[in-house]
Design a protein around this ligand. Structure first.
Ligand code: KG4
Ligand code: ZN
Length: 366
């Protein structure tokens, strides 16, 4: 089975072909990701209208390139899978409409994929992970812990009650005059900084509620930056190092809650796994803190390669393969709800868990 995946939910235009042969590990035949970062940098964040137009301009060429790279053509594709939400609606419309056109022209079924499901199932593409496992998704738009029980079977255990973690990095960078995207620049600046100079709060640390919060930390950073202004390079480095220390500490504590819950609910699983996804998972200090937390709790720490942790289309193609394999889609041409699917800017993985107060806020990248 070969599936063409298309991803346009934020500021990456991506296409990929993933193949699954019986008895073999899945194979990414091609994965092309065009980042729009430069087009948005001047504005300090993603501008939805610019993103949508950039997707329109690039997408057909990216799909052609992904097909060419994979050494196959549309005639040898079994289905087309496209991100249909959540995300910026302009980009979603571009991706899903293009996918509908390609699928109908090729006479192939279409799958409307939830972007978060792509992140959730990536570890099965890269590491062949068995269900159930825990997913920590930390990106510019999302900060959640999800129990992944099966394809289409997710339970959200924790979410942010205010900002997403990537958003907190981006806003911290902006306050300190560091360029967008903030995460990598904050990490770079933190390297030479003193993490003990500022005693920033560890939001919700020790709380029985498993959720995340970063707004208070952001305010503390703003106050420290205002008090120390004009900021020297040393001040910026120290604030970044202190911020990153607070984030790592708080994150490890919050994740620890859910690891304990998983242990209690699945006592029979000897070596359970925590999977990370999202751009923030690139941060070395955060990774180290999570690794330590996992080791202390007897969990395996699974971090897919960075290019598959951040937004890409291979995870969308793979989610399509998983759905077909699980019998969750009707693959008969013309008898598929996906052709009638309207993009959803909000589309929680777990539609049952009530939204947490304040969680409706959207990050720069959501
Ligand atoms: O997953 P991603 O590429 O896009 C979505 O949000 O969907 O994540 C981007 C986010 C941005 O907020 C960026 O600042 C953050 O991930 N990020 C980092 C690092 N690299 C990217 N945050 C902390 N440390 C990093 N090294
Ligand atoms: Zn994403």
């Amino acid at each position: 089975m070969r599936v063409l995946g298309i991803e346009t939910s934020c500021d990456e235009t991506a296409a990929s072909v993933v193949e699954l042969r019986p008895g073999a590990a899945p194979k990414i035949l091609s994965s092309i990701v065009l980042s729009q970062i430069e087009e948005h940098a001047a504005f300090g964040g993603v501008v939805p209208e610019i993103a949508a137009r950039a997707h329109v301009e690039a997408l057909d060429g990216i799909i052609e390139a992904a097909l060419a790279d994979s050494g196959t053509d549309l005639a040898n594709i079994d289905a087309v899978a496209a991100t249909a939400g959540p995300g910026l609606v302009g980009g979603l419309i571009v991706g899903l409409m293009t996918a509908k056109a390609v699928a109908s022209a090729a006479g192939r079924p279409l799958l409307a994929i939830n972007h978060l499901e792509g992140h959730a199932l990536t570890a099965r593409l890269t590491d062949g992970l068995e269900f159930p496992y825990l997913l920590l998704l930390v990106s510019g738009g999302h900060t959640q812990i999800v129990l992944v029980r099966g394809v289409g079977d997710y339970q959200r255990w924790a979410t942010t009650i205010d900002d997403a973690l990537g958003e907190a990095f981006d806003k911290t960078a902006k306050m300190l005059g560091l360029p967008y995207p903030g995460g990598p620049n904050v990490e770079r600046a933190a390297k030479d900084g003193n993490p003990k100079r500022f005693a920033f709060p560890r939001p919700m640390k020790g709380s029985a509620q498993p959720d995340f919060s970063f707004a208070g930390l952001k305010t503390a950073v703003r106050q420290a930056a205002t008090a120390a202004a004009p900021l020297s390079d040393r001040d910026v480095a120290d604030i970044c190092a202190s911020f990153q220390a607070a984030v790592s500490d708080a994150l490890a504590d919050r994740v620890g809650r859910s690891l304990a819950r998983f242990r209690a609910e699945y006592p029979g699983i000897a070596a359970p796994a925590l999977v990370v996804a999202g751009g923030v998972a690139a941060n070395r200090q955060i990774r180290a803190a999570l690794e330590t937390q996992c080791a202390q709790n007897g969990f395996r720490f699974v971090a897919p390669p960075l290019e598959l942790c951040t937004d890409n289309a291979a995870m969308i193609a793979w989610a399509g393969i998983e759905r077909i394999r699980a019998g969750l889609v009707d693959t008969r041409l013309g008898n598929d709800d996906a052709f009638a699917f309207v993009p959803r800017s909000r589309w929680p993985l777990d539609e049952v868990s009530a939204p947490v107060v304040g969680s409706g806020r959207r990050g720069a990248k959501a």
